[in-house]
Design a protein around this ligand. Structure first.
Ligand code: HPA
Length: 235
């Protein structure tokens, strides 16, 4: 089924086996323009911009996913099943749930807890634990170590709700050691696991639910650069 309902690339080979996935399509454009060589746009359906280019001679794609698990679920499914994408690396932002996780830190989701019902489709007789690809995670940790960039690796929360009616709900996840909250990783990890693909979620901490602190656009840019160095190194 190519093109798919949501991705307009006319042939499988137009999208690389490895793709970076920011939430914001304009972030995808920025990454293509600033980090990839010879980038060509392959998608504009719903303005969900996608590009393929090369990084250090290796073919790499980048595309926005939108916000939330339904959106991430659609794009990652189509990339894996219809375009043969094998390695999916989310590059996003998150809110800290721990005093030990500061704004501007980089968090990597070893696993992604969730309040979503996404796993219901698999009809499992229990609770599934969405996890990152060990290979991608190890490579990210090794690349960060080499570059002297500190990573906070652990469990993250993929939430269906940004404006939670229960202002204290995040504290119950924090008590379980969950590092940070975002809104897409669990769906990405589940789609990848179900299809035998590899996924990883790398996040910059844009705000803290603990301290109410938030980063400025300039600060976000600096940590974004470090996150991108790691993501591209393992791509
Ligand atoms: N909640 C959910 N997703 C986020 C947040 C948050 O506080 N910050 C950045 N992404």
């Amino acid at each position: 089924m190519i093109p798919t309902p949501h991705i307009n690339a006319s042939e499988k080979g137009i999208i690389a086996e490895t793709i970076l996935l920011p939430g914001d399509p304009l972030r995808a454009k920025y990454i293509a323009e600033h980090y990839l060589e010879s980038a060509a746009q392959f998608n504009a359906t719903r303005n969900m911009l996608g590009y393929t280019g090369t990084y250090k001679g290796k073919k790499v794609s980048v595309m926005g996913t939108g916000m939330g698990m339904p959106s991430m679920g659609i794009y990652s499914y189509e990339l894996i099943h219809f375009y043969g994408v094998k390695n999916l690396i989310r590059v996003g932002s998150c809110g800290s749930l721990q005093e030990s996780v500061n704004v501007r830190d980089i968090v990597v989701g070893m696993s992604a807890s969730t309040n979503s019902n996404y796993a219901n489709q698999y009809n499992l007789p229990g609770t599934y634990a969405p996890s990152a690809s060990w290979e991608l995670l190890k490579r990210a940790v090794d690349a960060a170590e080499k570059k002297g960039i500190e990573l906070k690796v652990g469990n993250i929360l993929s939430s269906d709700v940004f404006y939670d009616d229960d202002h204290e709900a995040w504290k119950r996840w924090a008590k379980m050691g969950v590092l940070a909250v975002e809104m897409e990783a669990a769906a990405l990890y589940m789609n990848a696991a179900r299809a035998g693909a590899n996924a990883l979620c790398i996040l910059t901490v844009s705000d803290s639910l603990v301290t109410q602190e938030a980063t400025t656009a300039q600060e976000r840019q600096n940590t974004f650069t470090q996150m991108m160095e790691i993501a591209l190194e393992i791509a």
